[in-house]
Design a protein around this ligand. Structure first.
Ligand code: HEM
Ligand code: HEM
Ligand SMILES: [Fe+2]
Length: 442
């Protein structure tokens, strides 16, 4: 750590880790809901829908806090200057965490907009927008004042701006449900397959430049290519969500073709990351960071690229739409692309923020392998449940609850895997909160 104001990011990371822990607990609760028939008295007070809303909103919140913390860590080093206003950064962290907590408590009491992933009510949306504007202002001002532009900075700022703008489309409620869903996807799809990919590209490029010592131009060159491809395929690829909502028919073609091309930039990103890492592996002090970078690249590819491709064509999506196949993809894509990216940032920056050069990475490795294996297998079990569901509901035409009966075994296995994931998560959270310098041999 070179700049004092980078310290703020440490608090963003700590908040993100605690919210992640809570998210996983709710994931276990959801799996229990699917595996057992709960007493109605519990369902009346704390329904599946409420738990699901908390699980997914916490996911979005902790990841955004991680990205913001990452940005506050990276920007001073890239611009070679302190953050424009540390006070704004503090205010914004507190405002977002308080909003998150109020939203979760609100969900339990039925204060919700009802639209999946964007359940938080309108007044809280206003706080989020103010928080996002302050964040952009702070980051933008730091960059403009320093005036030492790099591709990493430009991509990061562009991605964050895009991210904030898209959120606005999720705020109004349209009476026509088709239009409402149409714009809902602008937030959901264009976030994870557009804006967040840009932020990921920038953060990954920064960490690779710093840890491998590879020439900046080499990394920046592929950043251009990937960004172009992500935007080209991702924006029109939104059409893979317009097949069955009442949007015009041509989306079957546009959505199918462009989204089928989406794995391409992800594949490129994977190849590039592995190439850079391979070249420089031996000289690096904390090779665990590389395990995370490669893990992120590979599981991003499998979760988003491969599992996404599997159900992106309308001919297949007709049967799997909204089934547990979608859940399988949603989990491994979010975990591979964005959870692991966040863990990479945490393990890269948190030791530095504590002034630790080399740390003992045993607990981190146990956590990484446990969580990654459990989540990969969960994608398989959710996936099997989804295939069973698609067959029983859509080929045989049986009812929703009849299909649940045939799927239950796979939810029970998911629950067991979820417990392993939970243990891995505990290892990581404990490890990151208690990092100490390793005794270096030599
Ligand atoms: C890191 C990137 C990605 C993430 C985090 C992600 C996550 C998700 C999530 C959470 C959903 C469920 C949304 C809902 O219905 O509530 C979803 C749906 C979907 N994703 Fe992705 N995704 C990513 C990339 C991709 C890519 C690259 C493709 C195509 C190649 C793809 C294809 C799809 C399709 C077709 C659906 C709709 C499934 C349905 O009809 O039920 N995704 N994605
Ligand atoms: C112990 C670990 C976890 C378990 C057992 C679990 C379980 C579940 C369950 C049962 C659902 C509801 C699916 C439905 O509506 O039918 C769900 C939703 C979801 N979870 Fe998890 N989860 C866990 C961890 C995670 C993690 C770590 C992430 C992200 C990195 C995540 C991301 C999501 C997403 C994006 C959805 C919405 C999926 C969709 O709409 O298709 N979960 N989870
Ligand atoms: Fe999508």
């Amino acid at each position: 750590m070179t700049y004092q104001s980078q310290r703020i990011s440490h608090w963003y990371f700590k908040a993100a880790l605690l919210l992640f822990a809570l998210q996983v607990v709710l994931g276990l609760w959801l799996a229990i809901n699917y595996s057992y028939t709960l007493p109605q008295s519990i369902v009346n007070v704390f329904s599946f829908a409420t738990a699901r809303a908390i699980h997914t909103n916490l996911l979005v919140l902790w990841m955004l806090l991680g990205f913001m913390g990452g940005t506050y860590y990276i920007v001073p080093e890239e611009t070679q200057s302190e953050i424009y206003s540390p006070a704004i950064a503090w205010f914004q962290l507190i405002a977002l965490v308080v909003t998150g907590v109020v939203a979760i408590v609100g969900f339990v009491f039925g204060w919700t907009q009802g639209r999946p992933l964007l359940e938080i009510p309108r007044p809280l949306d206003a706080v989020v927008v103010i928080g996002a504007l302050l964040f952009l202002f702070n980051v933008g001002m730091t960059m403009f004042k320093a005036n030492r532009w790099t591709v990493v900075q430009g991509t990061l700022l562009g991605g964050l701006l895009f991210l904030a703008l898209l959120y606005l489309f999720g705020i109004p409620f349209y009476k026509n449900v088709v239009i409402d869903w149409y714009y809902w996807w602008w937030v959901i799809h264009l976030w994870v397959e557009g804006a967040w990919e840009l932020v990921t590209g920038a953060i990954l490029a920064f960490i690779l430049i710093k840890t491998t010592g590879v020439d900046r131009h080499v990394v920046e060159k592929w950043l251009y290519v990937e960004i172009g491809l992500f935007l080209f395929t991702g924006i029109v690829g939104t059409g893979h969500h317009y097949y069955w909502i009442g949007a015009p028919k041509y989306w079957l073609w546009f959505g199918g073709i462009f989204s089928a091309l989406e794995p391409l930039p992800i594949l490129l990103m994977m190849i590039d990351t592995i190439m850079h890492v391979k070249k420089r592996k031996l000289e690096i002090k904390n090779p665990f960071t590389f395990t995370l970078a490669v893990g992120c690249a590979v599981l991003h590819m499998i979760g988003a690229g491969v599992l996404g491709l599997l159900h992106t064509l309308p001919q297949i999506n007709y049967y799997t739409h909204g089934s547990q196949v979608t859940v399988a993809h949603g989990h491994l894509a979010f975990y591979g692309a964005y959870a692991l990216l966040n863990f990479l940032v945490f393990y890269y920056a948190m030791p530095k923020l504590k002034g630790i050069e080399v740390y003992n990475d045993t607990k981190g490795k146990i956590a990484f392998w446990t969580m990654s294996s459990a989540m990969s297998l969960m994608a398989v079990t959710f996936g099997i449940a989804g295939v069973v569901q698609s067959y029983v509901e859509r080929m045989l035409g049986m009812g929703y609850m009849t299909a649940q009966h045939y799927m239950r075994l796979w939810f029970e296995v998911t629950l067991v895997l979820g417990i392993f994931f939970f243990i891995g998560m505990l290892f990581m959270v404990y490890d990151l909160f208690t990092l100490k310098p390793a005794k270096v041999k030599k």
